[in-house]
Design a protein around this ligand. Structure first.
Ligand code: HEM
Ligand SMILES: [Cu+2]
Length: 591
């Protein structure tokens, strides 16, 4: 009875009409799927823009059907919007707001998010930000040139170039709206984890996915507030004549601007105070998914659960004190540079703890290489490959040479871009049966995995060498530059690899939609996993557990427990099982 009252306080009646059910829905599961599809649309926009860039880099004069010739300024617009869509609308949206929305409440045994209306608002606000960003393509001058980092004075002065007038206003506006939406989402996630855990779900029994979403939400709450303020100041500089970021004496196209006293460096500090935590906002949920899957598909408890929790916290915390490593070239004092360098390398410690614990988890496990597991292993591989170049870039002396070269492009695509995308794929193949009630086609999934893994390495590995050969980034046309002639072959190779990798993504999309309607029917727990989403129906009912609040008796990763009847013990299993219990919690205390 008490459970029912508690339950009713957070529940809302199942809606009936199409609009309330699928459009302005309050159901966290529908909202999660909406975020997912927004990210899917964005990733195709982002990929398309990257393909245009790759084509232009090797055949600068070619005229494309419908698009025509790509001018140098168009290249910079493509670049800006590629980075913007990928970072904000894909990597911030799918792993956290998409999967987090759908599975966080279920994994902690809650009927919904703490604030369902706020949740709906945060999705539609994100959608508005998406529309405003798209609009930037279609206004006079087109999309802005200033890159996803929006450095002033270029981003602050409307006359600084095509795309820097209305296009740039729309860009800043879009980012600001996105920040508001993310702040709402972060509040909701944090409150839900703190307040809505079911009986027995102590913090130290939460799946690592929940930990990752929780810490990511805290990072978001701190980081997006700063970017929002910076964005508002930038809008003021652009439209109301203030001078936060524009220094006195700035001359643009022969005209002396009427601004004084501002500092472009102020923007860099504010932006990167957001920007570095942002890369963790993108990657932490993927780490959660990888931990969950490596344990499930190795049929072994996660190695060092508590160490994994503390490592996520440490990465999150240290993430706020390293932003200066993006600014070694800004003329900062060598003492500050040394401090930022030291702090950056300190992040290597919790990152290595996570990596070794992942390896410890699969070590001597009975590993099943189903597609979710392949992508989880791919995630670890990309995270390590991208991570190894980090300590090089963290050395101010080396960074002075490598900064703004393709070495950096290689580094961040591997560790943040593609690793996080692999986390999204892993989550999709793993949770699709629960979300849509059917299995995805495994043969197509395996083909998708191998093509994507080999393809991304083929695209991004050679970029390290290009960077070391001093090929600068954010330049539209370098085919005529003497010392870069020797790279023409590598450049072509990368572009062909991009063609193949992007083509492989159509296998994924086909599989996604085909399986929704034609896939094999899924059971409630197709992977024999232990966490709460696998205890409920497939797909879950409107209030997740059909009116019964679950009670949790076990940690999240009790696989191959000696004496237990199966090789997995569900978190809700009330029966005692003999032998040693690997969870760090006492087995049968439901608190
Ligand atoms: C199909 C895979 C991809 C290809 C072929 C690709 C290609 C490129 C290229 C050619 C550039 C421009 C480099 C330059 O001239 O400086 C770039 C920049 C960038 N990409 Fe990607 N990319 C891909 C996927 C991604 C993903 C998944 C992300 C997610 C984080 C991402 C984020 C970025 C960012 C943030 C920039 C920098 C934009 C800027 O400098 O303002 N990319 N990418
Ligand atoms: Cu950083």
């Amino acid at each position: 009875m008490a459970e029912h009252i508690e339950h009713a306080a957070h529940a809302h009646a199942a809606p009936t009409g199409f609009i309330r059910k699928y459009v302005f829905s309050l159901d966290h599961k529908v909202i999660g799927i909406q975020y997912y599809f927004l990210a899917l649309a964005s990733v195709f926009i982002g990929m398309f823009l990257s393909l245009l860039m790759r084509i232009h880099l090797v055949w600068p004069g070619v005229s494309l059907p419908l698009i025509g010739e790509i001018k140098p300024e168009t290249y910079l617009s493509l670049l800006t919007m590629h980075g913007t869509f990928m970072v904000f609308f894909v990597l911030t949206t799918a792993p956290q707001s998409g999967f987090g929305n759908y599975f966080l409440p279920i994994q902690i045994g809650a009927p919904d998010m703490a604030f369902p209306v706020l949740n709906m608002l945060s999705f539609w606000t994100t959608f508005l930000a998406f529309l405003v960003a798209i609009a930037a393509f279609f206004v006079e001058g087109g999309a802005p040139l200033h890159g996803w980092t929006g450095y002033p004075p270029l981003s602050a002065v409307p006359s600084a170039g095509p795309g820097e007038a209305l296009g740039a206003d729309l860009w800043v506006l879009s980012i600001a709206i996105f920040c508001v939406a993310s702040l709402m989402g972060a509040l909701n996630f944090i409150t839900t984890v703190l307040d809505l855990r079911c009986k027995g779900m102590s913090m130290m029994r939460m799946p690592l996915t929940v930990w990752a979403w929780f810490i990511t939400a805290i990072l978001g709450l701190l980081a997006f507030g700063v970017l929002l303020s910076a964005g508002i100041l930038l809008l003021l500089d652009r439209n109301l004549g203030t001078s936060f970021f524009i220094p006195g004496g700035t001359v643009v196209n022969g005209t002396l601007l009427n601004h004084k006293g501002g500092s472009p460096l102020l923007w860099q500090h504010l932006f990167w105070f957001f920007g570095h935590p942002e890369v963790y906002i993108a990657i932490l949920p993927g780490m959660g998914v990888a931990s969950q899957l490596l344990s499930t598909f190795s049929r072994k408890p996660i190695f060092g659960y508590k160490a994994m929790v503390y490592a996520i916290m440490a990465i999150g915390g240290l993430g706020f004190v390293v932003w200066g490593h993006h600014m070694f070239m800004s003329g900062m004092s060598p003492y500050s540079a040394f401090a930022f360098s030291l702090m950056t390398m300190a992040i290597g410690v919790p990152s290595a703890i996570k990596t070794f614990n992942w390896l410890g988890t699969i070590w001597r496990g009975r590993v099943h290489f189903d597609s979710p597991m392949l992508f989880a292993v791919g995630f670890v591989s990309l995270f390590v490959s991208g991570g190894l170049s980090g300590p090089f870039l963290a050395q101010p002396l080396l960074d002075i040479y490598l900064h703004d070269t393709f070495f950096v492009v290689a580094h961040f695509h591997l560790i943040m871009g593609v690793a996080a995308i692999f986390g999204i794929f892993a989550g999709t193949y793993y949770w699709f049966p629960k979300m849509f009630g059917r299995m995805m086609n495994e043969a197509l999934a395996q083909a998708h995995f191998w093509l994507t893994l080999i393809g991304t390495y083929a695209i991004f590995m050679p970029m390290h060498y290009e960077g070391m050969a001093a090929r600068p980034r954010r330049y539209s046309q370098l085919t005529e530059v003497g010392w870069l002639q020797q790279l023409t072959g590598v450049e072509k190779f990368v572009t062909y690899a991009a063609f193949i990798t992007i083509a492989a993504q159509f296998i994924f999309v086909f599989n996604l939609f085909w399986s929704m309607f034609k896939g094999k029917k899924a059971t409630d727990n197709p992977w024999n996993a232990t966490t709460l989403e696998w205890t409920t129906a497939t797909p879950p009912p409107h209030d997740n557990f059909a009116g019964v609040t679950p009670t949790v008796y076990h940690g999240p990763y009790e696989y191959s427990v000696p004496g237990a009847p199966n090789d997995f013990v569900m978190q809700t299993d009330p029966t005692p099982h003999g032998g040693h219990v690997p969870s760090e919690d006492k087995p049968l205390a439901a608190e």
